[in-house]
Ligand binder design. Structure first.
Ligand code: SF4
Length: 135
């Protein structure tokens, strides 16, 4: 049996507590709070303690779906991303960069949110960027 502890950031809110994900033979088995991280100092809320459970859920969407002939169809990441990129370009060309808005999530890291605002401002050319924590 291979047991591993992997240091990562909780994905459930913007506090960004650090924790170790425990895995046994490649399957997540538990969570341990990181004692040395200054944000949480060895503590986690109930979401953080159980945050690993969704990863292996049967209901979890693991591949992109696109509607084709009215049916949601599994496609490759390349196809989904190419489609999204082409539609964003089309909308930007037809109606200007401010016709695009980007909405990010508290369930990603601060670094990922930073990248999304860079994408909005530098790639799309809009300041229409917001975050679900403001709702
Ligand atoms: S453990 Fe709780 S407070 Fe900390 S990041 Fe996760 S959800 Fe937020």
């Amino acid at each position: 049996m291979e047991y591993r502890n992997t240091l990562t950031t909780c994905t459930y809110c913007g506090c960004g507590c650090n924790l170790f994900l425990e895995s046994l033979d490649g399957r997540l088995t538990g969570t341990i709070p990181c004692k040395t991280f200054p944000v949480n100092e060895g503590r986690l809320c109930i979401k953080g303690w159980n945050g690993h459970q969704f990863v292996q859920s049967e209901k979890r969407l693991k591949k992109p779906l696109m509607r084709k002939n009215g049916e949601l169809t599994e496609v490759s990441w390349d196809e989904a991303l190419d489609f999204a990129a082409s539609k964003l370009k089309e909308i930007k060309q037809a109606s200007g960069p401010d016709s695009v808005g980007i909405f990010t999530s508290a369930k990603v890291t601060n670094e990922e949110n930073y990248l999304m605002q860079k994408f909005a401002r530098a790639a799309i050319g809009t300041n229409n960027i917001d975050h679900c924590a403001r709702l």
